[in-house]
Design a protein around this ligand. Structure first.
Ligand code: APR
Ligand code: PHB
Length: 389
């Protein structure tokens, strides 16, 4: 089989890229290790920047988002007692869209047949060959039969654990990494949210986040050790802890209910550069990870593939090599700023085991500064709604 661009991974990066390339008349093929149902069942952050909603509009994939998504004109930081509102609308004239990543993923998958995007689900043993040549290939197997996919370019949209980044020789790339000494214990429940807006709380017991999927479905998180045994956290214990950490006002408004999902996720900051080697281009989680504080992961995936599709289309349509040559540095300029903001918000809002009273006082003073300084709130708001492309 032959195609213009072989895309490894059918997460948000891979599918948005495939739709963008199809819209321009190119022929991508997507290879995904998992089944369609598995990909649809993954639960992840759901705060979309304007640049991401614009992109979905450009793809004519935004109808359900506009019908069911929630426009948020602000969010809160909590310091254990009071709520500090970051008024996005007033500070930036903009807003964010709360729409779960699973829903974005469903919209992308539902449009596959009508748009003529080819996706091979449950493609096993994906291996990249000759990526430093003009004729790269991917071998894979499906239902026990071996196949070869020839392409002019390969897009590595295969997430943090996929094979594409590993196909770049270690001597060529540089890794920057910070692993945080805690994780997020998440709970999803069919109960109304405790507030109309998201609340990120810094509490002596640890961070907490109140988020939502709809007016009747809530998503909450608490900071917990990565090796936490979920059996030790029955629902009631999580609700009790959320009520304390979110502070008296929001904590008192929590509606409790049975969890429909419960999981623990590690927190990591990670960047691999450059995001290109020969005919292979990395996009999304395959090249970078942000901790979820600020919900930048999906938005960064969307900006990467916007840059990458522009560059690939310029190459195929005009023979322009410059855009492809500039892809990695263009994408990294935005990535590093989102890395900074995610790291900053993580550092500000969590309890770190190595912190002394000095660092805790620094957090307290910074939250007090944010509460009383429009300039500080404006800077947070500008980053939260998303920096320009
Ligand atoms: N062969 C084929 N596909 C693979 C392989 C492989 N060997 N390894 C991984 N994949 C697939 C995964 O199954 C997954 O569906 O690549 C896809 C990568 O998707 P994501 O992990 O969602 O990464 P990305 O599309 O870059 O999206 C980034 O989504 O995952 C969140 O937190 C992340 O919000 C961020 C955004
Ligand atoms: C979520 O709803 O899952 C969510 C929201 C905001 C974040 C992280 C996760 O910063």
């Amino acid at each position: 089989m032959k195609c213009d661009v072989a895309i490894v991974g059918a997460g948000p990066s891979g599918l948005i890229l495939a739709h963008l390339l199809r819209q321009a008349g190119l022929e991508p093929v997507v290879l995904e290790r998992r089944s369609k149902d598995y990909v649809l069942s993954r639960i992840r952050a759901g705060v979309l920047e304007k640049t991401t909603t614009n992109l979905l509009e450009r793809l004519n994939l935004a109808d359900r988002m506009h019908a069911e998504g929630l426009v948020h004109e602000g969010f809160h930081l909590a310091d254990g007692e009071k709520l500090i509102r970051i008024d996005l609308a007033e500070l930036t004239g903009s807003s964010v869209m709360v729409y779960g990543q699973s829903e974005v993923q469903r919209d992308l998958i539902d449009a596959i047949p009508a748009r003529g995007v080819e996706v091979v689900w449950e493609a096993d043993d994906v291996a990249l060959h000759d990526v430093d040549s003009d004729a790269p290939r991917i071998t894979y197997s499906k239902n026990g039969t071996s196949h070869t996919l020839e392409a002019r370019f390969i897009a590595g949209c295969d997430g943090f654990h996929g094979p594409c980044r590993k196909a770049i020789p270690e001597t060529v790339g540089v890794t920057h990494e910070r692993v945080y000494p805690f994780g997020w214990l998440g709970i999803l429940a069919d109960v109304p949210p405790c507030d109309d807006e998201l609340i990120y709380a810094n509490h002596a017991n640890g961070f907490a986040l109140a988020s939502m999927r709809s007016a009747t479905r809530s998503r909450y998180y608490i900071q917990a050790p990565v090796d936490t045994n979920l059996d030790e956290w029955p629902d009631e214990r999580i609700w009790d802890e959320l009520a304390v950490r979110l502070g008296p006002e929001a904590g008192g408004r929590i509606t409790r209910g049975a969890s429909i999902e419960k999981s623990i996720a590690p927190l990591r900051s990670f960047v691999f550069e450059p995001m290109r080697h020969g005919s292979l281009f990395l996009a999304g989680d395959s090249a970078h990870i942000v901790p979820p504080t600020g919900a930048k992961g999906l938005n960064l995936a969307a900006s990467d593939v916007t840059y990458l599709s522009d560059a690939l289309i310029a190459w195929f349509k005009q023979g322009d090599q410059n855009a492809l040559d500039g892809y990695s540095s263009r994408a990294l300029a935005r990535i590093w700023k989102s890395e900074r903001f995610s790291w900053y918000l993580t550092s500000l809002m969590h309890q770190f085991p190595e912190h002394s009273s000095f660092e805790r006082e620094m957090q307290r003073a910074e939250l007090d500064y944010i509460a009383n300084s429009r300039a500080a709130r404006e800077s947070i708001a500008e980053n939260y709604i998303g920096l320009p492309l």
